[in-house]
Design a protein around this ligand. Structure first.
Ligand code: NAI
Ligand code: MG
Length: 349
């Protein structure tokens, strides 16, 4: 048996961190089925050469040839570029990877504050449907509008995922927390629907209702950010619409020292794609100093979602040991190169 993994490095440091993740997966040896890596194209750089950011061959391969995938990072210009639209947003939609799961945790004894939370971000709608219009009126000059889509279906789907994850984190005598993030005091229709749908999803499974196992609460998004910085230890599982989830996960990454540490998976019911939370880091791309740990942890998280929990834990343990040992890239205040970090983790495995 083999484990076929689609590799989409895309742009910038994506091309440095994905090979790092590949080496770590290979270092697992017989602990997982033999990995077979298939390089797949996508990204802004590919767009500038071929006129498309996500070739159909990549989508086809994802749907038919591979068991799972890893994505690096894609560099999207801030200006509008005609014909270009982000391939990662498109992939999430095309493969119905409706959940973006982002665990953020500190390392005991190393980080000043205890953080151990999972952000479960809706991945297919909200403002990311990218329906924007530009008109001109006499009164205002240019007028830009964006449509924000929230559906009962997607909100319930992400709600179920959040409840499942919360249940998996509940321990005897220690309930899991689930915080629903929204802004329904202002956006009562859209965020109101999100909130109601997540709460309704929680009523579907008697185990989720089980008194004491999951404590559900809610938090308005702005005070959520405030509380996240003031008392990160108060949070466990956080479920949020797409945009709030995106912003909260970068904020949470700051609590544990660096974006270069935080992993994620894009998960649907039948496919999972690992992806570091960070972007293409253009300020350090190509210098060989990017922190590969977010990508390595994303590979571990992908294995975890596929059911290879043992090997996933092995990777996490090696990463933590290595961080404690102090071989750190510059974003963490160290001097190590990407290569030195990968080699150290590889050796531990
Ligand atoms: P970024 O995450 O690329 O970088 C933010 C800061 O964190 C930079 O100073 C960078 O050097 C540092 N950083 C990020 N990852 C690091 C790592 N692994 N090791 C060491 N330092 C790291 O965010 P930014 O600068 O806002 O975006 C750059 C480009 O990436 C943009 O084109 C943006 O659209 C894209 N982007 C893509 C994402 C994706 O592919 N999912 C996510 C976020 C941004
Ligand atoms: Mg982001």
């Amino acid at each position: 048996k083999k484990l076929r993994i689609g590799m989409i490095p895309a742009d910038g440091v994506g091309r440095e961190v994905l090979p790092a993740a590949q080496r770590i997966l290979e270092a697992l040896g017989s602990r997982i089925p033999k990995p077979e890596f298939e390089h797949l194209d996508a990204g802004f750089e590919f767009f500038t050469r071929h006129g498309e950011a996500l070739p159909q061959e990549t989508v086809d391969a994802m749907q038919n040839d591979v068991d799972c995938a890893l994505f690096g990072a894609v560099g999207s210009p801030t200006r509008k570029v005609t014909g270009y639209s982000s391939p990662i947003v498109a992939l999430r939609k095309k493969l119905n990877l409706y959940a973006n799961v982002r665990p953020v945790h500190s390392i005991t004894g190393l980080d000043p504050r205890p953080v151990d939370l999972v952000i479960v971000r809706e991945n297919t709608e909200c403002l990311y449907i990218k329906q924007e219009t530009l008109t001109t009126t006499e009164e205002n000059g240019k007028e830009a509008r964006a449509t924000r889509l929230i559906t009962e279906r997607a909100s319930k789907q992400i709600g179920r995922m959040a409840f499942r994850i919360a249940l998996s984190r509940a321990r005897a005598g220690h309930p899991a927390g689930l915080t629903i993030v929204h802004k329904s005091n202002v956006l009562s229709t859209t965020d109101g629907l999100f909130r109601e749908s997540v709460l309704a999803a929680g009523k579907e499974n008697p185990e989720w209702q089980d008194e004491g196992k999951i404590q559900v609460s809610e938090q308005i998004v702005d005070s959520m950010v405030y509380r996240l910085f003031r008392e990160p230890e108060a949070f466990d599982v956080i479920v949020a619409p797409n945009l709030y989830g995106d912003i909260l996960s970068d904020a949470a990454a700051a609590m544990v020292g660096s974006l270069g540490l935080v992993a994620s998976v894009n998960a649907g019911d039948t496919f999972v794609m690992g992806e570091p939370v960070h972007g293409t880091a253009p300020d350090i791309a190509g210098l060989g100093i990017v922190n590969p740990i977010a990508a390595i942890r994303s590979a571990a998280l992908m294995l975890h979602h596929l059911g290879y929990t043992g090997p996933a834990q092995d990777i996490e343990r090696a990463v933590v040991e290595e961080l404690r040992e102090g071989i750190k890239t510059r974003d963490l205040g160290g001097k190590a190169s990407t290569e030195e970090v990968v080699a150290a983790i590889e050796k531990r495995l």
